[in-house]
Design a protein around this ligand. Structure first.
Ligand code: ZN
Length: 252
């Protein structure tokens, strides 16, 4: 996982329906301050042996920043052959937009779900600010993208699965049967223990909760290593079943 950026988030945005009496303790369990909550951004680089896959190249709007982080990690940005976007919010894709608006990874195959791509082109998008960013920043890179339908293996051993709710075409990335990148199905560690809470930017809350509960159950049963985009520290860990029928997070 690469640490690229951090930005401030407000608790009443991130946990829109959390009961006021429960939120402070839920945050305190993870040593999180309420205002502001610091949102980290962790692009994930997967080396399969034959492919270099970059998942959610978020970061800052300085197109050089992610490339600098990659170089500092000993990775030649030109060696990345696949870029996967879990969904179309800029904090998950801004790093694939290069200086001058072209692709930051021009030789890479970029993938995203077709329903996600089309969602951001709709005139009546429920998140007009994000849609405006998408049209300005990502639409010009259309030729770099392969749009996926349903579950797909994108390179040998790496598969994407639909996880709708946070956005209609949100996807998660299964890695080699032992790990998963969950994108914004879990935008905060607090959601592992409170899967029924949702954020103000979750446009389809019922679907978010349904998808999250299904994924948490699968992850815990399969004991997968979990990579997240926004958790603290490395952003990686495991989900274990708790005695009360829920789940808890064990950082890696
Ligand atoms: Zn995000």
């Amino acid at each position: 996982m690469l640490g690229v950026a951090r930005f401030d988030m407000s608790a009443d945005v991130l946990f829109a329906n959390a009961p006021a009496a429960e939120l402070p303790a839920a945050l305190a369990r993870h040593h999180l301050r309420a205002e502001p909550i610091v949102f980290e951004v962790h692009p994930l680089l997967v080396e399969t042996g034959t492919h270099r896959v970059l998942v959610d190249p978020g970061g800052t709007d300085d197109p050089a920043s992610l490339r600098q982080v990659l170089r500092a990690a000993g990775i030649d940005p030109a060696s990345i052959d696949t870029v996967v976007l879990t969904h179309g919010h800029a904090d998950h894709y801004i790093g694939c937009v290069g200086a001058g608006g072209g692709p930051a990874f021009p030789d890479a195959r970029h993938v995203m779900r077709r329903v996600e791509w089309d969602h951001w082109l709709a005139a009546d998008n429920p998140e007009p600010h994000h849609a405006e960013n998408f049209l300005r920043l990502l639409l010009p890179l259309r030729e770099c993208f392969t749009l996926l339908d349903g579950e797909s293996e994108i390179v040998p051993g790496i598969e994407v699965i639909p996880t709708p709710g946070h956005s209609p075409g949100h996807l998660a990335v299964k890695i080699g049967g032992s790990a998963i990148h969950v994108g914004d199905v879990l935008p905060s560690v607090v959601y592992v223990e409170h899967p029924d809470w949702y954020a103000r930017f979750d446009v389809w809350p019922d679907q978010v909760v349904d998808t999250r509960r299904k994924l948490l159950r699968q992850i815990a049963e399969s004991n997968l290593m979990v990579f997240t985009h926004h958790f603290e520290a490395t952003g990686a860990g495991r989900v274990v079943a708790s005695a009360d029928g829920g789940w808890r997070w064990v950082p890696a």
